[in-house]
Design a protein around this ligand. Structure first.
Ligand SMILES: NC(=O)c1ccc[n+]([C@@H]2O[C@H](COP(=O)([O-])OP(=O)(O)OC[C@H]3O[C@@H](n4cnc5c(N)ncnc54)[C@H](O)[C@@H]3O)[C@@H](O)[C@H]2O)c1
Length: 326
């Protein structure tokens, strides 16, 4: 385990699960200063070969072998059904963890991870990467000191190439549930969900309506039935109307409303940054300093809980997969 006194030593990090997300985790970690990407693990040898041949790190077929190589921190990008098992194994060996969203398959499992990390005094961060999107950060800044009235988020697109047994609420809306909680700094209290399954076994279209404890009204429009990808955020405050496109990263605010109906408008500055890089920098920083990470385990758990409540259940019936090393 890294301590706060050995800040000069590179942090030894591993990645487990080398699909779409895990490959990107490995690529970014390999480039980060102060970090040594020790190795990666995936039972699929093709994925391991793909990453190790490009990055020159060690490759393993099991999580245990990766942990035996000696790592301080692990990013978990295996399928969601495996997050709990993998996180608990890593925590038991004193390894800090970043877990891709959603934190776990059930709220109960997520709570077990939180409890284990807290007992062990280890950093636990959840990969709600959208918080690190520069457009989202610009919106968050524009909301400072504002009295938020409503938030409307659209996250739609075509069906993903490979369908899993997870629907749009857990896969997509969980990002926006997290954003609503983060923007408002308040918990979601009232939930009015509408979901439907048009082509998939699980819900592939959802309109979710919320009210936060602080009184903000929020709405999420998400589906896999739209031929193009769109991610937009609209926020009404008492003094401003902010619109953000999370893909083109354009953020605009209208303000200074006049009695004659006129108002002012300006584009807000948006930094250029790769969200995943910013997320991993925040994780490494939390591990090094021992400070609370940018996205807490409790954030990941609260967002999963709301998503589950939108589905009217607190667990899922997806079959359990075996974790690497079993
Ligand atoms: N933050 C985001 O925006 C975002 C986007 C996509 C996915 N995700 C999350 O990332 C995680 C992975 O998603 P993905 O789209 O990369 O999945 P994927 O299906 O592309 O990849 C999963 C990988 O895990 C590997 N795997 C299977 N069993 C394993 C085991 N026992 N041990 C280790 N690895 C194993 C598979 O071989 C595969 O390479 C999921 O939790 C998902 O919800 C997050």
């Amino acid at each position: 385990m890294i301590s706060m006194t050995d800040g000069a030593k590179p942090l030894r990090v591993g990645v487990v699960g080398l699909g779409v997300m895990g490959k990107n985790h490995a690529r970014v970690l390999d480039e980060l200063p102060g970090v040594t990407l020790v190795g990666v693990a995936d039972p699929d040898g093709v994925q391991v070969e793909f990453v190790t041949s490009r990055l020159g790190c060690a490759g393993f077929s099991t999580l245990d072998a990766l942990m035996d190589a000696g790592i301080d921190a692990l990013t978990i990008a295996a399928p969601t059904q495996l997050h709990t098992q993998i996180a608990l194994q890593a925590i038991a060996r004193g390894i800090h963890v970043l877990i891709e969203k959603p934190i776990a398959q059930t709220v109960e499992d997520g709570q077990r991870i939180l409890d284990a990390a807290s007992r062990a005094g280890l950093t636990l961060m959840v990969g709600h990467v959208e918080r690190f999107n520069p457009a989202v950060q610009s919106i968050k800044q524009a909301l400072a000191g504002e009295d938020i009235l409503s938030i409307q988020i659209t996250r739609v697109g075509p069906f993903p190439p490979r369908m899993s047994d997870i629907g749009v609420v857990i896969d997509l809306a969980v990002h926006d549930i997290d954003l609503i909680r983060w923007f408002t700094g308040s918990e979601i209290q009232d939930i009015q969900p509408q979901t439907n399954s048009i082509h998939a076994a699980r819900e592939d279209i959802a309109l979710l309506q919320f009210r936060t404890v602080s009184g903000v009204l929020a709405h999420i429009n998400t589906n896999w039935l739209t031929p193009f990808k769109a991610r937009t955020v609209h926020v009404a405050t008492r003094n401003k109307y902010i619109t953000g496109d999370l893909i083109t990263r354009q953020v605009t605010e209208c303000f200074d409303y006049k009695p004659d109906g006129s108002y002012s408008m300006r584009h807000l500055s948006v930094a250029y940054a790769e969200p995943l890089r910013a997320e991993l920098v925040a994780f490494i920083d939390a591990v090094r300093t021992g400070k609370a990470p940018a996205v807490l385990g409790t954030d990941g758990l609260a967002s999963l809980d709301i998503a589950m409540r939108c589905l009217g259940d607190r667990g899922q019936s997806a079959p359990k997969l075996a974790a690497a090393g079993e």
